[in-house]
Design a protein around this ligand. Sequence first.
Ligand code: NAD
Length: 477
Amino acid sequence: MGYEDLTLYIDGEFLKGDGRAEQAVTDPATGQRIGTLPLARQADLDRALAAAARAFETWREVSPLERSRILRRVAELSRERASSIGRNMTLDQGKPLAEAVGEVSRCADHCDWHAEECRRIYGRVIPPRSPNVRQMVLREPVGVCVAFTPWNFPFNQAIRKIAAAIGAGCTIILKGPEDTPSAIVAIARMFHEAGLPPGVLNLVWGVPSEVSSYLIPAPVVRKVSFTGSVPVGKQLASLAGAHMKRITMELGGHSPAIVCEDADIDRAADLLSAMKFTNAGQVCVSPNRIFVHENAWDRFVSRFLDNVSKIRVGPGLDPDTRMGPLAHERRLPVMEALVADACERGARLEAGGRRVGDQGYFYAPTVLTDVPEDSLVMTSEPFGPIAPCVRFRDLDDAIRRANSLPYGLSSYAFTRSTSKALALQNRLQAGMVNINHSGQALPETPFGGVKDSGIGSEGGSETFDGYLVTKFVTQLD
Ligand code: NAD
């Protein structure tokens, strides 16, 4: 079975070659080249803009029932193809096969959710001041959208933006992650086969900053959606603001996890160690600052370390692998610098802190304890397999420290006390608060951050908000 045939997808055509520049795609488990990605020329971007603008004029009129039918068909195809799409995602992204296949299957549920919800995009009637007036609020698709998605959950991040745009009646140009492109091309193929009209979805690749600085200011574009790092999100939001484009920003986080002394300590250690090393820690909602009550510290740390010692690191296609390589070589020196900085400042390295093997981009699951809170790993998003654990004595102090960073994406807390749970729900500055479990990122629940972690939500009944504009209509009989 070969790797995905990588192409652009513009105005209903799969395009490659023809003198376009190309970029190598590599397997992070081996560092070997596995594919060749064609990059868009300026003429391709212009064609995508024209196609998306033209298609919007008809797609906006297509009934929600028909939009729903196409999304449902893509959900079915995703389930049918989860194994092959997942395998290719493991090859270019590195995550264990079970995680990759699970990502595709869960996204089928996201597609189904958007198929259902797009039939319920309601307006409202406002009681008038005189009987011969009728006042209505209509919700209309915003227009042509451009979206930029990253490499950690290639299928998930792209499908959530595409399904929301298409379900709302918008058209979309997506620039996916050049290092992990297979899942996105597979998505384009499924929409094509499901009967999506040409131009409604367009897929381009290129130098990220060049593509975004060309597409965002284009006059036909009305909406920008980005998932990625805070610095890039701020750049794109500024550019969108300068051209008065709407935005959805799903940016990084530095999620705190607070383990109270009255919690089920073993359960907290099991859940947090499992979550922290999923996708080699390259997850925007990864628990990154683990605050443990001093009375629970010894038990928590010993159980956490025991779990970590059992994590088998290896190529994602090996069925015994629990954690794959980092997605890029450039992430290895970042991990090394974070660990060195923390240790220089007095943290204890309890596990990992080193590369694994001599090929590919493997880094051992790493645990640091008593990490000073001014160290880099405690203040900037590690986005890798490093778990810093610190102690606390007083819950108010833990909440204050949890809220001390500019990020505000997810948060976790473990307690058996309802009053502590209430205080944590009310006071944690985060878009998502998970208490005693992790229950976020479901199709029916909103996903998004506050503070520097972003603007807007994906999923839940909020999912179409960023893709709709409000029109007030008043009529005198
Ligand atoms: P990066 O900030 O250079 O890139 C992050 C993503 O943004 C990539 O997919 C990249 O292609 C895209 N990007 C970068 N510049 C862009 C531009 N000018 N226009 C459009 N897209 C652009 O960092 P990186 O080395 O790829 O990843 C490391 C950091 O990115 C992590 O530390 C993490 O904070 C962040 N990140 C966050 C998420 C998330 O889900 N929130 C996902 C991936 C990466």
